[in-house]
Structures are given as structure tokens and as C-alpha cells.
Design a protein around this ligand. Sequence first.
Ligand code: ADP
Ligand code: MG
Length: 682
Amino acid sequence: MAVDANTPVTALKGVGKTAAESLQEMKIETIHDLIMTFPYRHEDFQLKDLADTPHNERVTVEGRVESEPSVLFLGKNKSRTQVQVLVGRHLVKAIFFNQPYVKAKLHIGEVLTLSGKWDRGRQVITVQSHSIGPKTSGADFEPVYSLKGSIYQKTFRKLMRQALDLAKDDLEDCLPERFLSNYHLPSFQDALEWVHFPPDGEMLKQARRRFVYEELLMFQLKMQSLRKKNREEEGGSFINYDLEKLKNFIQTLPFDLTPAQKRVVNEICKDLREPFRMNRLLQGDVGSGKTVVAAISLYAAVTADMQGALMAPTEILAEQHANTLAQWFEPLGLNIALLTGSVKGKRRQLILDQLAGGEIHILIGTHALIQPDVQFSKLGLVITDEQHRFGVDQRRVLKDKGYNPDVLFMTATPIPRTLAISAFGEMDVSVIDEMPVGRKEIQTFWMKKDMFGKILGRMEKELAAGRQAYVICPLIEESDKLDFQNAVELFQQLSSHFHGKYTVGLMHGRLHSDEKEETMRAFSEGNISVLVSTTVVEVGVNVPNASFMLIYDAERFGLSQLHQLRGRVGRGSEQSYCVLLADPKTEMGKERMASMTETNDGFVLAEKDLQLRGPGDFFGRKQSGVPEFKMADLVHDYRALETARKDAEKLVNSEEFWSSDETKCLREHLEESGVLSSSRLD
Ligand code: ADP
Ligand code: MG
């Protein structure tokens, strides 16, 4: 029988019943599946110098037996054999567990090769494998696979060897030749051989480089073709804005735009002018001034005789935006309207009529803005504040109504660039990476829990000066109940502490949304001095008079979340303070607290968070969107990711990619992944 990559693995020699079951459990059906199952690490049998080997690491050494071995029997089938071995200039103890028979093989003066764990302090090697004589020239690296069922590594390795020898040469190299030569990447065949059975460490590294690049390129091809498809096939609007009017408006602002704001305004305007549909993510740390960028963009649409919409996650935020925009635009004769769930009856009807008649230029609101009966006359641009709350469904609603507006998503969550271009790979990304000048940096302190009383004193000083404070307690997803209790207890404690002096309010996820809005409003109007809250405190809430924040059990939060929370203070002209109350148990926890006190830069913290917690945890469980890679690691391979993104963009925008033979294999992969046949939004 001719064997090729599509032959079932069971055709390989030595696949018995157990092996077949294990392979099935691992979803390895064909020889190709087997070959593409990469080891997660390699056992390294290269000879190492003990002086360079860290404590507790596995090491392979050659040495000479220096003492008579001794065996200690420790009970049933248990024993410890011990011998002195001279390794280079180190006299170490080699310990063999449960192999009393080795004693007979160990003679003074004999040379041994030992592999095992190195205990630097005790100068002991706990031997895992050994051979008599100097190290043979055999493989320095043995692959270790992540296996299921009861198949042995050794059996799996043998099958792999067989599979590679039989079928490796049948497989097609998907990467065009010029990529291999440009980046000095090994061929698919070489890389396959080396990723499983590397002749040396360098080859393993090169094999890994190739697969990382290939994987990221495939992924980015998917994202970039999606992007292209979205832009071209959904037919966006050509918003021919009036540049002079925009410039004049910017002149009337009470401040100068920061260079970063100018840059992103340009990026957005360029998109508006193009006939494509804009699909852009605007990132900017809390307080970086995204609202004015949104306002300018909306105004651009209006000067092109189109309407704009701004969607916020809560009524309070929508009101806030409406007030700001009305202040800026009403002097220019623009009609700004607010539509939320609480706008009802005649007022609502009037707004709907004016909207359909094109009299309203900019509509601001919550989700109420995309209800079925809300009809625009010519919607050109939709902006959403806090991108993650505006999902695919809402965009579909707009599309179903016959609108294909340009879309701008704003988020205050700083997302490390590597994650941004993977999780949001089909979007364009603009970043406001600097703050307006003259901001007072929030002063952040980390204190132990037993300092609580003292901190309350400090808080009271702020309250006495007429300012307000937040007290945040953590949200423990697993235990909504416990969480709620924490907040309630703190609320009671603080209520009695400040009794007769300051009003304390309580906010948590179990409140009805009306109650939440009401409490939030009371706080923003200054009728509540201290707000005890779980993390439901809305992102974007702007109460400039709040100058003090206490975060309880701060070690339970991720860095990005702490930074978001902290961004609720420091919004006014007064010096603001943030106190992290935490007794972290781990080094990582301590490092997180320290980082918070060291920087106010959300992007620095986000990068740090990514390093400490990894990409999977970065967005929290729910809205990850970060793909899982077989080889690539978004933290370490960010350069490869950038390169792959650029290459993919160039490819999908070139004629030849869609027709040439050289890229046929890449196109087939794309087809398999389903991108070319259907868009994610449909
Ligand atoms: P965010 O990006 O968090 O939404 P905002 O848009 O609410 O930030 O801006 C925060 C504050 O900074 C607002 O009071 C806004 O008027 C002000 N602001 C925005 N841009 C500038 C600037 N270039 N110079 C000075 N102040 C600015
Ligand atoms: Mg904002």
C-alpha cells in the first residue's frame, strides 16, 4: 500500500490497541495530523557545565566515579543508591532512587554520563537516566509531547520518526520561496524534522522561527482579508467633509489639541474621505481626551451633510457627552439630541421625526439609539464609547436598516499593541499616547490592611475640603454573594464612621439599573460624599470633584483594571490620591502593587500585565477574542507578529496573491478557515 500524509495513523508499524486509542483521544487520525503534533518541549541532553546550571534545573554531565557506591533500602521496592562523582572540578553526589542494581555497575575510576536534577546547594544530582561511559554522539534533544491516554513518550517518538520518514516529503511548503530567503527560514521539510528531532539547539530555534512566522502569517492573512472584505464589500460612505469648518471649530476649543489628538484626527479624517467603510479602534488612556476627537469626527460628518451618532454604555455617560457636545456645537447652529431609555412619549416622537427628517445633526444616546423605530435620514458615522459593549449584533442592526456608516470604537482600556492587532486584527487602530499638558499626576500609595483607620483619616481630610471619595471592593466572579457582602459590610462600617458628617452611598451589581443610575447621579451631583462600590462603577464616569480613591483588597485585581478604576479620580484641578489596600502573598502580587505606585501610564501597565498574566487572562475570561496559537507566543513573538501583519496586508492587497501559483497554498488555507466565503458579521 502506498503511504502518504493522508493515510490513517493506524497504518504505521507498532500501533497497537492502546496506542490507537490514545491517538484517537488526541484527535490524531492521519499521518499528517501526527506530523503536525509538535512537542511542547525537548529534553536537553547536551553536556553542560555545572557552574552555569541554575538550581533545580535538569542537566546532563560526564563524570568519574570517585567512591564505592552505597545502597540504602527504604522499605518495599524503595532504595537509595549514592556515589561520589567528579564532574569537571566539582565533586558531587549522584543519587539513584529505586535502582539498587546500579551499584554493581559503578566502579571507582569508571566514566559515567548522568542526566538529572541539579541541587546546587547540596551539590547533588538526582539521576533520572544514566549510561556507563562517555556521552555518545546521539541526539542531544529528545522531544516531549503532550499526550493523552496511556501511550508512552517513547512509543510516540518512534511513531513520529516513522511518520516523518514515510510522509515528510509529500507535504507541500506553503510559504513562497521568497519569504524563506528573505527571512532565512528553513524549508517546511527541514523545519518539520528539526522541530521534532533537532540535531542541535540552533536548528530547533530556526524551526520554531519558521512555524511561528507561518502561523502568524496565516492568522493575519485571515484578519487582513476580513478587513479588506469589510471595507470593500460593505460599501461605506464617502464623507467629503469641509476642512475649513473643522479647522475653525478646533480654533474655538478652550485648549490646543495634543500632537497625539491631531494625529488620530488625521487618521480618522483620511478614512472618512475614502469610499471604504471605516472600522477603526481608537485607544486612549483615561483622560487622554477621546471625547473631543469624537466630536471633531462627528462634526466632519455633519459638514458633509450627513448625520452622526454617538453611543455610550450608560445614560449618565450619554448625558455627559450630550452636555459637552451641546456646549461646543450649539453655538455653531448644530442640533444635538439625546435619546436614552428615559426619553419617552411625545419627546421621543419629536426626536424620531426630526431625526428622520434630517434636522438632527448628531444623536447621542445609549442602546436606545439602535431601536427598530429609530431611523436616520443619512447616517454617516457611528462612534461608540467603550468598544466592548457595542457588539456585532448592534452593527448588524444598523446594516439591516440599510446603513453602512463608518464606525469608530473608542476604548480607554490600553491594549498592548500585540494584542490589539491580534484580537482586533481586522480593524485599524489609532492610539492617543499622550496626555494633555498640565495634568496633576494621581499619587498612588500601597498600604497594608492594618492601616485602614489611618487611611480613613486621610480620606476625611479630603471630604472636609469639600471633595468626594470612592471606596472600591473587589468583584469576585465566582462568588457574587460574598462580593455583595463585602460591599455591604464596608458600607455599614463607613456609614457609622462618618455618621452625621458625610453621606455614604452603596453601589453593587445587585441593584436595579434605575437604582444604580440614581446613586450614580446623586454622587455626581455631590449629594453623596463617599461611594462604596464594587467594580460596577462605570468606566468613563466623570466626577471631577472626586479626589480620593481607596481600593480594598487591591491584590485581587489585574493591573489594567486597577488602572481603569484609578482613572475615576484625578479628573479635576485638585491633587488626587489613590490608596491600594493590599497584603499580597505572592511576589507577582507585590510586583503588581509596586508597579501601580510607580507609573500612571496605562500602556506601560498593560504591557506589564500581559507579561505577568499572559495573553489569555489579559481581557478576563469573557471577552478574550485572543486566538490560541500552537507555536507563537504573543508576548515574545511580537516582532514576528508585526512582520506577519505587514506581509499579510501587502499580500491581500496585491493582485498576484489572488491568482499566482506561488500563493495557491496560502489561499487554500484561507478558504478552509472560511474567511473568503462568509464575513464574521453575517
Ligand atoms: P477620555 O479620553 O477619558 O474620554 P475626556 O475626553 O473626557 O477623556 O477628556 C478629559 C478632559 O480633558 C476633559 O475635561 C477634556 O475637556 C480635557 N481635554 C481634552 N483634550 C485636551 C487638551 N488637548 N488639552 C487640555 N485638556 C483637554
Ligand atoms: Mg471618555
